[in-house]
Ligand binder design. Structure first.
Ligand code: SAH
Ligand code: SF4
Length: 354
């Protein structure tokens, strides 16, 4: 018989599961409280559930937890957590404390199939998708180890959330359901490299913040550094992103990793400005984080400011993202769960384009 892992079920699926066991729907909410608030590991501890239901659940279901992760602390206070999964694969989460907030960055896949040339996670390829429980357990595991409560969640760790849409949506529903984890959708951001039809599908199922990793303002360059662009070019991507149902008083974000002599010229900034003029959005500039086998460099600070200035002249709200956790390989694009470098494929990038 198939034993169901409770945390792999969305709130709706858990309710259906409980109804199928011949119980009232409110039992699902009671069960969720034990799993997500009190974090018990066995049905026997759920003292407000009837004995019969507890015994039945013990046969058809289980509650699994990830082992406590390995913690590495950066000199800037950022913490990286390496979780070992049941099959020996490893994933990373990052906790970034800043101005009274604590943002948790979660992974959605072991590795990533999308092969962006500047990203270490991409260099290991996709090993497998995470189950919803493995996404939720990163939050629970990090929470258990920290006194400071997590205020924001970003799906910006290893993997492409929209290449694992089903688990991502189920985890989002559990995060945001008030009877489950009860996190405000305004405090959750999903980041994508731009799988256009999946952006639409995500928006049909949930409203959270969306961050789109643009990283180039010309299709020829984006094709080269983000191969997904060959299927879904920039114009389509921006149009679909602009239709996404962002929560009220929140704004669509575009991320732009600045790579020296690749996409960091004033001309690139002008093209980006023209593309985004009239789109309600903000732009986050991320100076490239260097990591050993990646063949790029971070631009000098003046270039980053120069790029920002050129973009601001288009009336766009532009912020420079601080690089946090670089010394522990915990910054954007550096997450590879300490995978051995022999897994790393050489970059396909052939140098600066015209
Ligand atoms: N796959 C999703 C979610 C991962 S988020 C996505 O790509 O959006 C990872 C973010 O880090 C993306 O914005 C990506 O463009 C950025 N990134 C990747 N490699 C980087 C690097 N070496 N330095 C800085 N940012 C990087
Ligand atoms: Fe995957 Fe995002 Fe890295 Fe690209 S940037 S390889 S989509 S994790």
């Amino acid at each position: 018989m198939n034993v169901v892992n409770i945390k792999d079920l969305s709130p709706k699926e858990l309710e259906d599961f409980i109804i199928n066991l011949g119980e009232k729907p409110y039992r699902a909410v009671q069960l969720a409280k034990w799993v997500y608030k009190r974090r018990v590991t066995s049905f026997d501890e759920m003292t407000d559930l009837p004995n019969g239901l507890r015994a039945g659940l013990g046969v058809v279901a289980k509650i699994s937890y990830l082992k406590p992760p390995l913690e590495r602390v950066s000199s800037d206070g950022t913490k990286k957590y390496v979780f070992e999964l049941f099959d020996g694969n490893r994933i990373e989460s990052v906790l970034i404390p800043e101005n009274g907030r604590a943002t948790l960055c979660v992974s959605t896949q072991v590795g990533c199939a999308l092969d962006c040339t500047f990203c270490l996670t991409g260099r290991i390829g996709r090993i497998r998708n995470l189950d919803p429980s493995e996404i939720l357990d990163q939050y629970i595991g990090v929470n258990n180890l920290n006194n400071q409560s997590i205020t924001n969640i970003v799906f910006m760790g290893m993997g492409e959330p929209l290449d694992n849409l089903e688990s991502t949506v189920k985890a989002l529903k559990t995060f945001t359901n008030p009877d489950f984890i009860g996190f405000s959708p305004k405090k959750i951001t999903v980041s994508t490299s731009g799988i256009v039809p999946k952006i639409k599908e995500l928006g049909e199922q949930i409203s959270v913040n969306l961050s789109v990793s643009l990283n180039a303002a010309r299709d020829d360059l984006r094709d080269e550094i983000m191969p997904i662009n060959k299927r879904y070019p920039i114009k389509e991507l921006i149009e679909e992103s602009a239709r996404f149902p962002i929560p009220k008083r929140k704004t669509l974000t575009f991320e732009y990793v600045l790579i020296e002599n690749v996409n960091d010229s004033d001309e690139d900034a002008r093209r980006l400005g023209e593309l985004l003029m009239g789109v309600k959005c903000k732009v986050n500039l991320i100076p490239f984080n260097e990591a050993d086998p990646l063949p790029y460099k971070s631009p000098a600070e003046e270039r980053v400011f120069g790029f920002q200035k050129a973009l601001i002249s288009y009336g766009i709200n532009v912020r420079i993202r601080k690089n946090r956790g670089r010394d522990i390989l915990g910054a954007c694009g550096q997450l590879a769960a300490d995978y051995p470098f022999k897994n790393i494929k050489p970059s396909k990038f052939s140098g600066k384009l015209k």
